[in-house]
Design a protein around this ligand. Structure first.
Ligand SMILES: [Zn+2]
Ligand SMILES: [Zn+2]
Length: 645
């Protein structure tokens, strides 16, 4: 892939179409017959179409380096060429006319020099569109506006150039700009966009491969916890209810075909692409949920669709008539601009505080890796047992009984992650270990705990400790040996089990959830990529998160120090197995190295396994992870076998 073309693979195609004479004619054929989904109780999919206006003939912003010519200036097609400009204005007006005939709405994403030429030539297309109910937004090519090495520029520079672009869109006639596309891979993108006043995005593609990360495929919007860091979308794919930006995934596209079909014009042509869109739209309606905001959108370009040179947009007209109109009529699809999708999501958020917007939707990354446990792999399961009461809240655990037991069995506690603010006992990286552990004769107790920001630390560790005391107090009831209790967890759950491992009652973290006469100590700990020293700076413990969880932005405060497992390490601590992805950007590997060093220095048996090619949650980053996920499960079970059997 040409590295100059960083945001849209389609730029290349448009250039090709403009530079060569495209005159292939394909006779209009009806889209293949399939039965559209029937309306389901209250299920609505918000549907919209975006248009990108590319930076043809752009010069780098004066803010960056004096507006020198860049590769976009040299490539050829240039909106300063009024003929091209007017042709694309006409193309966009034609597309809008078709969409309006189907009562639809566009989200037109503009940038310089299109906006500059519109201002200079008095072209009112953006103002006209906004008046007609379409949305005007920003499409942002980092190379075109920020030059080479844009990743190295500070967020404030990005924000200034984005604001400059927004200002030109407004001068060209739009009153409001909330949505943007582009800027993929910049590690401070969300911060920069938010500083520039933007609120909504979608369409994240890896600019190197021009593919969408599969963890971003889906229909339920969320608020990314962090910008993508390079190709690593781990933080981006995580939901943070206080995130500043709303992300709209594109729809429930086939996870195998999606990347290739995005470039279907190079392969199957317009017909193939719209067939793919139809199948994806139907599939998205089928996976839509009545109690969620569900979205589907795709993006087109002026200058596209020249398969039929006489009527280039007839394919779009047919798609809307044959596929979309019937769905609008039966109530399962509603047209929306991208900001209207975001408004619907915000309203849903207000009505559903504290609920993960993607819920049990396993197509999305909050469940990475796809963590559905096959019920056949489990024995008896008892859900929602109350293990304690704190702040008037009944604390719940699920108990997974061993598949076979003779006599008292060892127990292991599973503690989920989610930044201490989200997640639940049936989710997180560690649930994959449950079937193996129950088949090896363990009783597994998976716990919920009170979440921040409503409940500040130490509520979380108090609940986890209460769960251990509950198991001890009820050992006879559940058939477990109170002297053989272990714990494992990932991310924030890794932090909590590490803290559980290194502290006893003298740490003052027991809380008053119940069973005060019991010990909360455990005999073995598996910490997966958990923070261990919160006094060091890293993305997963940024000041805003510290504030929400620990009630302070001061990482050197006593609270944060006492919350750090490394503070408490002593020679009487139980054996630790620590697993951490080498490419984890949210919680860096150094967090596990620090803990491992402290444990070894205190003569505590400890093993650190660095998982190659793994990001946070062991998500593959740059190749298959090593050890494999299955091998990790075996290591965890072997470790507990060694210390609890
Ligand atoms: Zn673009
Ligand atoms: Zn584009």
């Amino acid at each position: 892939m040409n590295s100059l073309l960083r945001t849209c693979s389609t730029v290349l195609l448009i250039l090709a179409l403009l530079l060569t004479h495209a005159c292939a004619f394909s006779a209009p054929t009806a889209l293949a017959e399939t039965t559209p989904p029937q309306p389901d109780n209250g299920v609505v999919l918000l549907f919209g179409i975006g248009i990108h206006i590319e930076p043809l003939g752009a010069t780098t912003s004066q803010i960056v380096n004096g507006g020198v010519q860049n590769q976009f200036k040299r490539l050829g097609p240039d909106y300063h060429n009024l003929k091209l400009f007017q042709r694309h204005v006409q193309d966009i007006r034609t597309i809008a006319g078709i969409v309006e005939q189907h009562s639809g709405k566009l989200t037109v994403q503009a940038q310089t020099p299109f906006t500059q030429v519109a201002i200079q030539s008095g072209e009112t297309i953006l103002a006209d569109f906004e008046k007609s109910g379409h949305e005007i937004a920003l499409h942002f090519h980092e190379d075109a506006h920020l030059g080479r090495n844009s990743e190295q520029l500070p967020a404030s520079t990005w924000a200034a150039v984005m604001a400059e672009e927004i200002s030109l869109i407004k001068q060209a006639g739009a009153a409001e700009v909330r949505y943007w596309s582009g800027g993929n891979l910049y590690p401070h993108l969300l911060e920069a966009a938010s500083q520039a006043g933007l609120e909504v995005m979608s369409d994240w593609k890896n600019r190197e491969t021009q593919t969408t990360d599969k963890s971003l495929i889906g229909i339920n919007p969320w608020r990314p916890a962090a910008s993508p860091d390079g190709a690593d979308v781990t933080g981006f794919a995580q939901h943070d209810p206080d995130g500043k930006i709303i992300f709209l995934p594109e729809g429930d596209y086939s996870r195998t075909d999606f990347p290739s079909m995005r470039r279907a014009k190079n392969t199957g042509g317009d017909e193939g692409y719209f067939e793919f869109l139809k199948a994806s739209l139907y599939h998205s309606i089928e996976s839509a949920q009545p109690d969620k905001v569900n979205v589907f959108h795709f993006t087109i370009h002026p200058g596209e669709f020249r398969g039929n040179s006489a009527q280039p947009y007839s394919i779009l007209d047919r798609f809307l008539a044959e596929v979309v109109d019937p769905l609008v009529q039966n109530g399962s699809v509603e047209w929306a601009t991208f900001s209207q999708m975001a408004d619907a999501y915000e309203a849903w958020e207000k009505a559903n505080p504290g609920i993960d917007p993607r819920g049990n939707n396993t197509t999305q990354a909050n469940n990475y890796p796809p963590a559905a446990i096959d019920p056949a792999s489990l024995g008896k399961v008892e859900r929602d047992i109350t293990y304690g009461v704190a702040d008037g809240i009944a604390l719940k655990m699920d108990i997974y009984y061993p598949k076979e037991a003779s006599g008292a069995v060892p127990a292991v506690l599973y503690v989920h992650g989610g930044g201490w603010i989200t997640g639940n006992k049936t989710a997180g990286a560690g649930v994959l270990e449950i079937p193996e552990l129950v088949s090896r004769g363990y009783l597994v107790a998976a716990v919920n705990y009170r979440l921040a920001p409503r409940y500040k630390f130490p509520a979380q560790i108090e609940d986890v400790k209460c769960a251990v005391r509950f198991l001890r107090a009820n050992a006879a009831t559940y058939g477990i040996d109170p002297e053989r209790i272990g714990a494992w967890g990932g991310s924030a759950g890794g932090h909590l089990v590490a803290l559980l491992g290194v502290t006893d009652a003298t740490a003052g973290l027991e809380g008053d959830g119940g069973y005060a006469d019991q010990s909360s100590r455990v005999q073995a700990v598996v910490d997966m990529f958990g923070p261990s020293d919160l006094t060091t700076a890293f993305q997963g413990a940024n000041p805003r998160l510290l504030e929400r969880v620990f009630g302070t932005t001061d990482r050197y405060s006593e609270t944060v120090k006492l919350a750090s497992p490394v503070t408490w390490v002593s020679s009487d601590d139980p054996p630790f197995l620590i697993l951490h992805g080498e490419k984890d950007r949210l919680v860096p590997l150094s967090q596990s190295e620090i803990l491992h060093d402290r444990l070894i220095a205190a003569s505590v048996p400890a093993t650190l396994t660095v998982v190659k090619n793994a990001g946070h949650g062991f998500a593959p980053a740059g190749g298959p992870i090593d050890p494999s996920r299955l091998a990790i499960t075996k290591m965890v079970a072997d470790f507990f076998d060694q210390h609890l059997k």
